[in-house]
Structures are given as structure tokens and as C-alpha cells.
Design a protein around this ligand. Structure first.
Ligand code: CDP
Length: 642
């Protein structure tokens, strides 16, 4: 774990040159840990919590529970809690929530159960609102003498029915719910307004249910039966808010990051950050029961999104928005300006501005115009999420210096170590599966199937040569005018998607397969300048993706001579002509044979990067092979499948 005594301040986050390729194990969810600690403390008997995320916040909670007479033992990430069936001691001194919002909120009703005592916290916590909660406790008959910390409580809950404002912080609602089974008559809670952060209320109820509580939810009303909790062994999920940082790093830097232990069954709303933010911004996201994987290209589209129910991800959003190619905005998070460790709306805007990324505060969130940033030191407002989010900006383009890096200890003391591990495990060059071969050898079919099997992006480089050929034919450029054809290749923007090809905004998917393009493409592809331009853009494309399948004529010889795996597909001219004829519906097989043989001749005899078997390539003659067998054989050679 990072030794904060020797951590430089500011801490410089340097760009990562390669592409990410890591599987990360993250600390347990702080939100789940603090809920489970309260519930286990009120339960009858000994509970064991595994996968606990120990941090300043959870330690504040454990310390406070000890002060309330609940014995705990911590062993690595396992915490044993000796519940006393709802009995709590009056604390001998002030109960200290330190900087932890959940601890402060969850502990106040616990003090009411204990009967008396004073709740206090770190200075920053004293400015954070508690009023809706103190008011509700008073409504339940408790004597609560202040609306901000320190808060003396001198008598407990006697009633059952109360209403609470739901629009400031869901933590007030969760706080009442968690203690409610230990109230004399349980709780009948009416919610006034639409709750912010509904997933956190769902999370609270699900932890309560796991420990045997009966909770009834109906529109605007939650009822909890009295009767306490039963002790349990309970596994805490990794922290989904924390998971947003490495997952966003994959989208920003490019490459792959997998977070294990979090998946489609997660209790945490923030587990949807990847699918609701990173995917629409262009990353590929794979979620199963037990993992979330993001594969990014380093290229991010702008996004406007409402993060009202996952507001802790706002600083992560600020970082990805800073990297997007356009203007992004977040709405629905106005309430975090007063309830969190800092005003994360203003803080995000101020620090992005400092980095030279223009942004502005909106009525309910903020707007960011993505673009290059400059190296500077940014403030972190004693706010772990501001530090962790802003650090992501430094992972590409230019370093960023993080002031007070130690503040991450609040929830993730190992954060800087995790970034160092991502850096150490990054691959200096992309993983490339190169598939070369002549027309009709099965390249495209095999490349497409294998990209699905290996979950890798796929680039048909032939489509790029065809697109340039189409463009120059359209423009009437003479094919002997190499300078003009090269200039056309250089200025063109070509986007080859899974099922479309677009050049300079024009969809040419069908047009590039027409006979005039097919007849001219090998002449265009023989022009050295064209090859230089397209090969470089193919390298850039693959570098951004970290790992990819590229098919063409020169991938293993010229574009990526160090490719991870090289395949050369071949087949007899007769068979290749037959395949091509059946694809195009052309009936003149003899003419097809002649055309294919002529293209072979041009491609194999040109001066620059002719079609030939690359050094180290596996040659597969597909004349009489079935495609599935070829795909499986190649997939088995791929490193991540071994
Ligand atoms: O699909 P088909 O085999 O007809 O060819 P393609 O992959 O679409 O490529 C069309 C032409 O582009 C080839 O005949 C080559 O002349 C050229 N090409 C190249 O020179 N280098 C590549 N990496 C890919 C294609």
C-alpha cells in the first residue's frame, strides 16, 4: 500500500504510452461496508463481513461502533462484528464520524437507540447538511439538539410514523431505514419529493433484507417492521464508484481493463457507469455476472447524460468529458453541490479550466468542451473523488500534478499503486492478429468471425484502398498522377466500421465493391505514397485499440512486421474465382479467374510491399477447409486464449 509519508505532493500523473491490459481487484464498497457494519452491529449475534473496503471512512464507522459497545475484529478484509440484538452503550465521549458522510448520517439514529450522546466529525463534515435527518428523528420523538455537527442527542425514538424530504440526500433515508428494525415499533416513513440517488435506497433495503429485516416499499412510502436483524456472513461487493476510475482509464488511454467481482447483479447503481457513460462515448463494454470489462480506443465521443442516480461518478465524468472530441454535459447533480466532500460541480469546472479545458457550471450540473490540456497542479479540495477523477486526465497527452494526493485514503488508499500497476502492465505495442492473402482466400470471412470469437476490433484494410480508389475515380484524378492520388489519400477521412465504409462523410459501402473500383484498386495500391499514408493510419488505428485483427495484403510484412500472430490464407485460383463469383453473382467464371489472376500478379509484383508470405506467418490453404475449423485453429494460437 502506498506510504503517504513519502508520496510527493503534488503527485505527478504521467501519460501512459502503451495500451492498458489489466484485470483489477478493487477494495470493497464503502457504501455497502458501512451499511453492513450498522446492520451487523444491531443484529443478534456474531456476523462476518468479507471483502470489506478498509479506508478512513469505514474505520471511522468501526471506531464509532466500538464506542457504542459493539466489539469488532478486523483481519485483512474480513471484519467480525459482535452484535448485541439492538442494545447499544451510551458512548463515553463524543462519537466521531470523522470525514465520513455515511458514518455521520447512519450513526445519528444509532445514538438515538443508545439513548444519548453527541455526534461529531471533521470540520469539513460539520458544514455538510444533516437537517432533514435531525428533523425526522425529532418527528419520531427523539431529542436532537442541533441541525449540524456536533449534534447532542438526549432521548431516543418513541414513534413510528414520520415524513422526510427525499430531495437533498438519500443518506438521510438510508440512515433511518438501517436503524428502524431496532426502533420499538419499527418505522413508517413517507418520502416527500422524488428521492435523489434511488439506487442507494435500494442498496440499503437489500442489505437489510439480507440480515432478515422486513421492509415494505410502496409509492412514496417505506415501512420497516420492528424485530431487529439476524447475524449473517455477508460478502461485500467491490466498490462500483471506485471501479469507474480504472474503467474510464481504458476508455481514455485505450486497451482493456476488467474489474472482477462486480457485474450485472450488482447492488450498486454506479456499476452502470460503463454501460451508461463509457459505452455511448464509444468504448466497448462487456458485463457478465461477475465482471465488467471495458475496451477503449482512446477516442471518446461527447455525451450529455443525467447522472442524478449515480452522482458520485461526476468527477470521473469530468475526466472523460475533458478527453472527448466535443462538448459533453452532465445534468441531475445539482444536489451534490452541498452534500458531498466538496462542491464537485464548481470544483470540476475550476480545475478543468486550470488545465486549459474549457467548462462551465450549469443550473443542474456542468458542461465540458473536450480538448488538449496543459500540465499544471490541480487542487483536490480534501476530496478523494476529485483527486482520483482529475488524475485520469493526466493518463494521456500531458502530465497532471495532483495536490494533496493523500486524500484518496478516504476510500481508496491504494489508488496511486493501482495506477502504477496499470502503467506497469500496459503493453508498449498493440497486439495484432495479421491476416494476409489474395482475393477470395477467405480473409474477410475468417477475420470477421475471429474478431467475434476473440472480442477484438477488426479492420479490413482492403476497404481503405478501395475507398481511396473510389474517391480518385470520382474526382477524375488520373491514376498515373501519383502525387495527386497520394494527396487524395492523405486528405481523406476514411472510417471502416463493422459493416460500413465511409470516406469524407460519404457512405461508399456498396460503391467500393463495383467492378470499376475492383479493376483499378491494385493500380492505386501500388503507389508508394498511398501505401505510406494508409499503413500509418492503420498503425494508428490499432495502437488506439490496443489489440485488433487486421486483414490485408501487407499487414504481416509491412504494417506490423512484429505482429503477435501472422496468418497467410491461400486457396487455388479456381476455388477463389468460384467463391468470388458466387459472392458477386457473376456468371462468367473464366473471366473471374482471369481478373483474379491479374490482381494477384499486380499485388505480388509491385515494388512496394508486395503480397507475399510474411516471415513467421502460418500458411493455411483454405481450398478444401471449412471456415469454422480455420477460425478455431487461429483463435487457439492467440495469446489470451492460451
Ligand atoms: O476483398 P478482396 O480480396 O477483393 O480485396 P481487398 O481486401 O478488398 O483489397 C483490394 C485491393 O487493395 C487488393 O487487391 C490490393 O491491391 C489492395 N490492398 C493492399 O494493397 N494492401 C492491403 N493491406 C489491402 C489491400
Amino acid at each position: 500500500m502506498t506510504d503517504f509519508a513519502v508520496l510527493p505532493d503534488p503527485y505527478r500523473v504521467e501519460p501512459i504510452a502503451g495500451t492498458l491490459d489489466s484485470t483489477v481487484v478493487l477494495p470493497g464498497s464503502k457504501s455497502l461496508t458501512n451499511r453492513a457494519l450498522i446492520v451487523a452491529a444491531l443484529a443478534d449475534g456474531t456476523s462476518t463481513l468479507t471483502g470489506v473496503g478498509l479506508s478512513d471512512d469505514t474505520e471511522a464507522m468501526i471506531g464509532a461502533l466500538e464506542a457504542l459497545g459493539i466489539q469488532t475484529e478486523v483481519d485483512g478484509t474480513t471484519v467480525t462484528v459482535h452484535g448485541r440484538g439492538g442494545a447499544l452503550d451510551v458512548p463515553a465521549s463524543e462519537l466521531d464520524a470523522n470525514q465520513s458522510g455515511t458514518s455521520a448520517r447512519f450513526l445519528l439514529p444509532m445514538l438515538a437507540i443508545a439513548g444519548s450522546g453527541t455526534l461529531t466529525g471533521h470540520e469539513q463534515m460539520r458544514g455538510r447538511p444533516m437537517g432533514d435527518l435531525t428533523k425526522a428523528l425529532r418527528g419520531l420523538g427523539a431529542t436532537v439538539e442541533s441541525d449540524v455537527l456536533p449534534i447532542p442527542v438526549s432521548s431516543g425514538v418513541t414513534g413510528r410514523e414520520v415524513s422526510i424530504g427525499a430531495e437533498v440526500s438519500s443518506q438521510f433515508i438510508s440512515a433511518l431505514l438501517l436503524s428502524a428494525p431496532a426502533f420499538r415499533d419499527g418505522l413508517d416513513l413517507t418520502l416527500v419529493g422524488t428521492p435523489v440517488s434511488q439506487p442507494y435506497i435500494d442498496m440499503t433495503i437489500s442489505v437489510m433484507a439480507a440480515f432478515g429485516a422486513t421492509v415494505d416499499v410502496s409509492e412514496g412510502r417505506i415501512q420497516v417492521a420492528a424485530g431487529g436483524y439476524e447475524a449473517q456472513t455477508y460478502a461485500i461487493e467491490p466498490d462500483a464508484s471506485t471501479a469507474t476510475y480504472p474503467l474510464a482509464a481504458a476508455a481514455i488511454v485505450g486497451g482493456r481493463i476488467t474489474v472482477v467481482g462486480l457485474g450485472s447483479m450488482s447492488l450498486q447503481g454506479d456499476a452502470e457507469f460503463a454501460t451508461r457513460v463509457l459505452e455511448p462515448m464509444g468504448a466497448s463494454v462487456f458485463v457478465d455476472n461477475d465482471s465488467i470489462e471495458v475496451r477503449g480506443s482512446g477516442i471518446l465521443d461527447p455525451l450529455s447524460v443525467d447522472l442524478g442516480d449515480m452522482s458520485d461518478t461526476a468527477p470521473t465524468f469530468a475526466a472523460v468529458a475533458a478527453k472527448a472530441s466535443g462538448t459533453s454535459s452532465v445534468t441531475g447533480i445539482g444536489f451534490i453541490r452541498t452534500t458531498k466532500e466538496s462542491d464537485r460541480v464548481q470544483a470540476s469546472v475550476d480545475e478543468l479550466d486550470r488545465l486549459g479545458v474549457s467548462s462551465s457550471v450549469d443550473s443542474d450540473g456542468f458542461t465540458v468542451s473536450g480538448g488538449p490540456h496543459q500540465t499544471t497542479a490541480v487542487d483536490t479540495y480534501e476530496d478523494h473523488r476529485m483527486a482520483m477523477g482529475l488524475a485520469l486526465v493526466g493518463l494521456t497527452d500531458a502530465p497532471v500534478d495532483i495536490n494533496d494526493p493523500g486524500c484518496v485514503a478516504k476510500t481508496f488508499p491504494g489508488y496511486w499503486d493501482m495506477l502504477a500497476t496499470l502503467r506497469a502492465e500496459a503493453r508498449p505495442a498493440p497486439l495484432v492478429l495479421a491476416i494476409d492473402g489474395p482475393a477470395g482466400s477467405g480473409k474477410s470471412t475468417v477475420a470477421k468471425l475471429i474478431s467475434l470469437v476473440l472480442r477484438l476490433p477488426h479492420l479490413d484494410t482492403g476497404a481503405m484502398y478501395r475507398a481511396v480508389t473510389y474517391a480518385v475515380l470520382q474526382a477524375g484524378v488520373h491514376l498515373d498522377d501519383h502525387a495527386a492520388v497520394t494527396a487524395a489519400a492523405e486528405s481523406a477521412t476514411i472510417v471502416v466500421g463493422p459493416s460500413s465504409v465511409v470516406i469524407d462523410g460519404v457512405d461508399v459501402t456498396t460503391a467500393i465493391r463495383e467492378p470499376d473500383v475492383t479493376a483499378a484498386v491494385s493500380t492505386v495500391a501500388a503507389i508508394p505514397g498511398v501505401r505510406v499514408v494508409l499503413a500509418e493510419s492503420q498503425r494508428e488505428w490499432a495502437r488506439k485499440r490496443g489489440a485488433a485483427v487486421l486483414e490485408g495484403r501487407d499487414i504481416g510484412t509491412a504494417v506490423f512486421p512484429d505482429a503477435t500472430l501472422k496468418i497467410y490464407l491461400d486457396a487455388s485460383v479456381d476455388e477463389r474465382a468460384r467463391r468470388r463469383a458466387s459472392e458477386t453473382g457473376d456468371e462468367d467464371l473464366e473471366a473471374m479467374k482471369i481478373a483474379i489472376a491479374e490482381r494477384d500478379r499486380l499485388d505480388m509484383t509491385r515494388e512496394t510491399d508486395p503480397l507475399t508470405v510474411a516471415d513467421g506467418a502460418v500458411v493455411i490453404d483454405t481450398t478444401s477447409l471449412d471456415i469454422d475449423g480455420v477460425v478455431e485453429a487461429i483463435a487457439n494460437e492467440w495469446p489470451s486464449r492460451q
